[in-house]
Write a new protein. Structure first.
Length: 248
């Protein structure tokens, strides 16, 4: 057997370089700067750089300016209340949150695409006009979920006067106010999710204590009961339905 392995190893050493030489050469990718007489080439390069910049900032934009923040916090509160440790996993929770976020933000995305992106791609409006048009639906969505007290906080911190209309507020003021409003709302929902789970834990602990089962961890009994109750009431559907309607 050892001789056979040695022979196979020698054949691989001989055949592999020959096979690599027989293959067609691989393409070479290079990046560089070259002079051009066509202004369109320069504009295209700027568009590519702008696109790469937007893609690099996409995760932050998704978290700060959409419903992602509230959804992911509520789902983590729910998993902790059920005491299921890592079930569902972080990947599943983030994936579910992303798809629900796209569902909630679909009207805003369509508005930005129709009124800003498509006219800009067809060269009907300038880049500055496209950015201004894209801000309006996003700002409208955030202001609908933001508390006036949070907006007032950042206006006072920045020593700004109250504008005539909410649309006159800058994104620098709206985005942090929207974020703390979403975090507060998510914590309120998480507290309401904890209440029935805490009640089950208290009942199970009291029953075990009255039966003298001091050595039996209450979590071993309460966790299956919480999962059973959550499944019977179709908890995932109720929570997702309530969260989505909260943004409508």
């Amino acid at each position: 057997m050892k001789h056979k392995f040695k022979i196979l190893f020698l054949l691989l050493i001989i055949i592999l370089p020959l096979a690599m030489q027989a293959q067609s050469p691989l393409p070479k990718v290079t990046l560089g700067l070259e002079e051009t007489d066509n202004p369109q080439d320069f504009v295209l390069s700027l568009k590519i750089v702008l696109l790469l910049t937007i893609l690099s900032l996409a995760p932050s934009i998704l978290i700060m300016m959409t419903s992602f923040t509230r959804l992911i916090i509520v789902f983590h509160f729910l998993r902790t209340a059920l005491a299921t440790q890592t079930v569902p996993s972080n990947q599943i929770l983030v994936g579910l949150t992303l798809f629900i976020t796209f569902f909630i933000m679909k009207p805003v995305i369509n508005d930005v695409n129709q009124n800003a992106v498509q006219p800009y791609l067809q060269e009907q409006i300038s880049q500055e006009e496209a950015l201004n048009r894209s801000k309006k639906p996003v700002k409208k969505f955030m202001l609908a979920q933001t508390r006036e007290s949070d907006l007032g906080l950042f206006l006072d911190l920045n020593n700004q006067e109250r504008p005539d209309t909410p649309q006159d507020l800058t994104l620098v003021t709206v985005i942090p106010a929207f974020l703390i409003s979403e975090i507060k709302t998510a914590f309120q929902i998480g507290f309401l999710l904890y209440l029935p789970m805490l009640l089950i834990d208290a009942i199970v602990a009291s029953v075990l204590l009255s039966m003298g089962m001091f050595m039996l961890p209450p979590m071993m009994i309460s966790m299956p009961l919480k999962i059973l109750l959550f499944v019977l009431v179709d908890g995932w559907q109720l929570i997702v339905k309530s969260l989505v309607k909260g943004f409508m």
